[in-house]
Design a protein. Sequence first.
Length: 330
Amino acid sequence: MPENLVNTDQIIRHNWQVEEVEALYALPFADLMYQAQTVHRANFDPNAVQISTLLSIKTGGCAEDCGYCPQSAHHESAVKAEPLMPLDKVLENATEAKESGASRFCMGAAWRNLKDRDLERVAAMVSGVKDLGLETCVTLGMLEKHQAERLKEAGLDYYNHNLDTSPEFYGDIISTRTYQDRLDTLSYVRDADIHVCSGGIVGMGEGRKDRAGLLISLANMPSHPESVPINLLVQVEGTPLNGTENLDAFEFVRTIAVSRIIMPKSFVRLSAGREHMSDELQAMSFLAGANSIFYGDKLLTTDNPDTNHDQQLFNRLGISPLVEKHSSAA
Ligand code: SAM
Ligand code: DTB
Ligand code: SF4
């Protein structure tokens, strides 16, 4: 393996070109993994993985038409719409998550955007979870500037808002809001000094160029997201993307490795889709530089591996849950 294939100088770049990222994708698998491990080890403890627990605080009935999502009112999935969860129930769930070892609690709502009438209720959830000693994360759809500022004041550490795919493929998946809408929300979050959690989904029938395009859109933002969730599409009956051809497992691992290389200081989350992955594929994803997961039997509406299984996997691989807070990505 030629030494010059490994970028060890840790330059944080925001000018990635599609050809360069495609060239990383096209490396022999062993060379790509070596480069990703080298970058990973230069920036992180390779045997520590951050764990977050998810809770759906407002389920189903969403006005958006995201083709992958069982919570969209446009599709006929088995998910039924429910109202916003009361504060005490949210805190009960957060307490359980803390007891089972999560360091961050992420609350998701099936909303197109946060309405001002719900802002104070969500802010109270954020403050309540923070008071339990957990890091806080919410994902509530589009935000306005003043809403981001209010959530920061309430103690919000992370806002999750995904770009989902490349600008070119985006219109095949969602028609009810634009790529630019998403970038605008992310800029309000960043300006409010909230950590950005932004990534996407692979396995939606996109091409490699789209996967490269997604990662470039993330890396070329004014700062790299502190957290980059890479979701493997969870196929759900009744959604338009159900029945999509499965993504090759090595292509998934390549996506993790390229994310690690081009966003060297970001946490890369092995996000949705673990329920259908072998232990070996997950181990390979950790080797490629993934260093956070969702932990708990459920994601938002779909299943996640059970916690005993994850604990055993961590033991078998010598992985420990990360406890300390990380420094900011650039
Ligand atoms: N409604 C808000 C929004 O879309 O920003 C927040 C919740 S939404 C469920 C959060 C993210 O979950 C989506 O952006 C998408 O990337 C991911 N997601 C939703 N359904 C998924 C699925 N079936 N498979 C993989 N990821 C999914
Ligand atoms: C993210 O990128 N993935 C999570 C979280 N952010 C909110 C959501 C995955 C949802 C999978 C489908 C479901 O359970 O409804
Ligand atoms: Fe709504 Fe979010 Fe699902 Fe899209 S991904 S339909 S915005 S809940």
